[in-house]
Design a protein around this ligand. Structure first.
Ligand code: ATP
Ligand code: MG
Length: 245
C-alpha cells in the first residue's frame, strides 16, 4: 500500500528555558501511514505526541529527518505553498474543536473548502454535515451546540476537503464517553476509506481501535503495536511510563 505519510527519523528541538541548551523533544521518530490506515499515537504527557503531529502535518518544521505527505517532501515547500498544500491535502481536528464562534456550523465546514478551492460547494457542506449526523444543525452556531456536536462539526470540517489524511490531537479529550465514541466511530469509518487518520489519544480503549499504535516515550518510539487489544496498549503504555523521566 502507498504511504500517505512518511516521516523518517524526525528530530525536533526547542530552546531551553532562559536561553539554555536546546531540548530534544523528538529524537529520531519515524511515522509511516498507509492509505486508509488509522494510526494512533499514545504515550505519557510530554512524550512528544502533539509535537509529532505538528511535524508530520507540516504545522511545524523539523530540525532533522524528513516528512513526505502524499508524495510531497514538506521541506521543499515555501510557507505559502505549504499552507496551500495543507489546506488541500490535510485535515485537522483538535481537542478544543477550534470552531469559529461567530459562524454557523455550515459556515465553519465551508471555511477550509473556501480556502482550498476559492468557493464552498453547498452540496459538499451539506453532505459533510449529514455524514456526521448534523444536517439539522447547519444554521446553528457553536455556542448553541453541545461539545460532542461541536466536535462532529469539526470532523465534518476536517473532511469536507476530502483530505488524504486527518490529524486529530485528542479529539475525544473534552467529550463524555458517549460523544467520544461517536466521534471515534466517525474517524474510524473515514479511515477505512481512502482517508488516513493519525490520532493522538490518552484513551487506551480508543487507541485499541487503531490499525497500528505507536507508543512514544521521551521523544522516541518505545513500541509499535499492530491491531492491538486494549490490554496490549495498556501494557505498552505502562512500560513507557515506567521508564519516563
Ligand atoms: N513550543 C514549545 N516550546 C518549548 N517546548 C515545547 C514546545 N512545545 C512542546 N514543548 C515541550 O516538548 C515536550 C513534548 O510536548 P508535547 O506537547 O509534544 O507532548 P505531548 O506528548 O503531546 O503531551 P500531552 O499528553 O500532555 O499533550 C514537552 O516537554 C513540552 O514542554
Ligand atoms: Mg499533546
Amino acid at each position: 500500500m502507498q504511504a500517505v505519510v512518511s516521516a523518517q527519523d524526525v528530530v525536533k528541538t526547542y530552546p531551553g528555558p532562559r536561553g539554555g541548551e536546546r531540548r530534544t523533544v523528538l529524537d529520531g521518530v519515524s511515522l509511516n501511514v498507509a492509505s486508509g490506515e488509522m494510526v494512533v499515537v499514545v504515550g505519557p504527557s510530554g512524550s512528544g505526541k502533539s509535537t509529532l503531529l505538528q511535524c508530520a502535518s507540516g504545522l511545524d518544521a523539523v530540525d532533522g529527518g524528513s516528512v513526505v505527505v502524499a508524495g510531497t517532501d514538506l521541506a521543499t515547500l515555501r510557507p505559502e505553498a505549504a499552507a496551500r498544500f495543507r489546506r488541500s491535502t490535510i485535515g485537522f481536528v483538535f481537542q478544543s474543536y477550534n470552531l469559529v464562534g461567530a459562524l454557523t456550523a455550515a459556515e465553519n465546514v465551508a471555511l477550509p473548502l473556501r480556502l482550498a478551492t476559492g468557493k464552498a460547494d453547498r452540496r459538499a457542506v451539506r453532505e459533510a454535515l449529514g455524514a456526521v449526523g448534523l444536517a439539522d444543525a447547519a444554521d446553528r452556531r457553536p455556542g448553541e451546540l453541545s461539545g460532542g456536536q461541536q466536535q462532529r462539526v469539526a470532523v465534518a470540517r476536517s473532511l469536507a476537503t476530502r483530505p488524504d489524511v486527518v490529524f486529530a490531537d485528542e479529539p475525544t479529550g473534552a467529550l463524555d464517553t458517549e460523544s467520544g465514541v461517536r466521534v471515534l466511530d466517525l474517524l474510524r469509518d473515514y479511515a477505512s476509506g481512502t482517508t488516513s487518520v493519525v490520532m493522538v489519544t490518552h484513551d487506551l480503549e480508543a487507541a485499541a481501535r487503531g490499525d497500528r499504535v505507536l507508543v512514544l516515550r521521551d521523544g522516541v518510539v518505545h513500541a509499535e503495536l499492530v491491531a492491538p487489544g486494549p490490554d496490549d496498549v495498556l501494557a505498552a503504555v505502562a512500560g513507557a511510563r515506567g521508564g519516563s523521566r
